[in-house]
Design a protein around this ligand. Sequence first.
Ligand code: FES
Length: 213
Amino acid sequence: MPSDTAGSWTPVALSADLPPATVIPAWTPAGSIALWRSQSGRASASSDRCPHRGMRLSHGFVRGEALSCIYHGWSYSPAGGCVRIPAHPDLVPPDTIRVAVQRVEESDGIVWVAAGEPAMPPPRLDHLVPIRSLTLDADITAIEAAAGEKADAGGLIQVADCPWVRLLPAAQIACTLIHVLVERGRGVADRVTASRIAEALRRRAETRQKDVS
Ligand code: FES
């Protein structure tokens, strides 16, 4: 994960896996988040805990430009402020009712979420095309061993016997999310091959992880 003294960026999802008006759970070193995209296409990251009674906001729903809690329907803006309490439709919610939010940047088909206030933007990956994400029951060391290469300074792992495939890992609690990318210009057949390579690599990494546990 690219980081500096002020914070870090986590590649939490592929842009294609977050269509408009959806919310999904995700994780950064700052904690669990509800990652959501408004109807107009803006991606936001809210703490995954409703300030009302603690329901997970990633179980909620998106309507228009707000994220709503599934429990009592309190709704939150991308900036975190409560904008609607259905049980009190005439009430303007006070500013004190808000959910914590984290910065989101989207580039080259990846959604990045900040923990802290990183001084630099997330790295550009415009020479690569993301094709899918997988969750592995393995740490980054086991994934590097299975790939036959160490992560570079930007966090990308090249697959040694297929060097046009890269893995972009994001450590989670007790597992690792990886995004599979191929060099720009590769055709459909190569993308299918890269997906199969990633599946095989997952099995190798998870076996290796079990062997060292
Ligand atoms: S717990 Fe979220 S609105 Fe009540």
